[in-house]
Design a protein around this ligand. Structure first.
Ligand SMILES: [Zn+2]
Length: 152
């Protein structure tokens, strides 16, 4: 966690690449991935510290799945990063600051997004509406018939 907090300082105060967010992935007591916020430096709204650390660990370990790994992040993960942890099959997450802390000190909206996702999709600030389902399901039907389809 000390390394994750150090990386949050690098991002937000030293290199000024984005907000004060840093993260590391640890396996068997060793750091196997690191990341910090690069949203501003790369104009990439998805480049959060946790996503960076998961990408780094997955590349280094040669797998999209990080079972047996623990994520240490300087802040409570936003919904996107929490989703990334689920997709990566991370075992456990430790976080330092809370969503409330980053809203209070940095005006980040993580807490608001969690409230948004609790609403029905059509009632959110960004409405999500089903459209052309039948056409898209045909692709899935073909995919489901492939004997050697990729699965992860
Ligand atoms: Zn995030």
């Amino acid at each position: 966690m000390e390394r994750a907090i150090y990386l949050s300082r690098v991002a937000g105060l030293e290199k000024r690449t984005g907000g004060c967010f840093g993260a590391v992935v640890v396996k068997n007591g060793k750091i196997v991935g690191e990341g910090y916020n690069n949203v501003i430096s790369h104009n990439d709204p998805t480049w959060h510290g946790e996503v960076g650390a998961i990408r780094d660990a997955s590349q280094r370990l040669g797998t999209p799945h990080l079972r047996g790994c623990v994520l240490y992040t300087s802040s409570e993960p936003c919904p996107m990063c929490m989703g990334a942890c689920y997709w990566a099959r991370i075992d456990k997450i430790f976080y330092a600051t809370t969503a409330k802390d980053v809203k209070e000190h940095g005006h980040f909206e993580d807490e608001d997004f969690y409230e948004e996702f609790a609403k029905p999709p059509a009632d959110r600030n960004i409405p999500a509406v089903e459209f052309m389902r039948e056409e898209a399901v045909k692709v899935w039907e073909e995919f489901g018939q492939l004997p050697d389809r990729c699965h992860y």
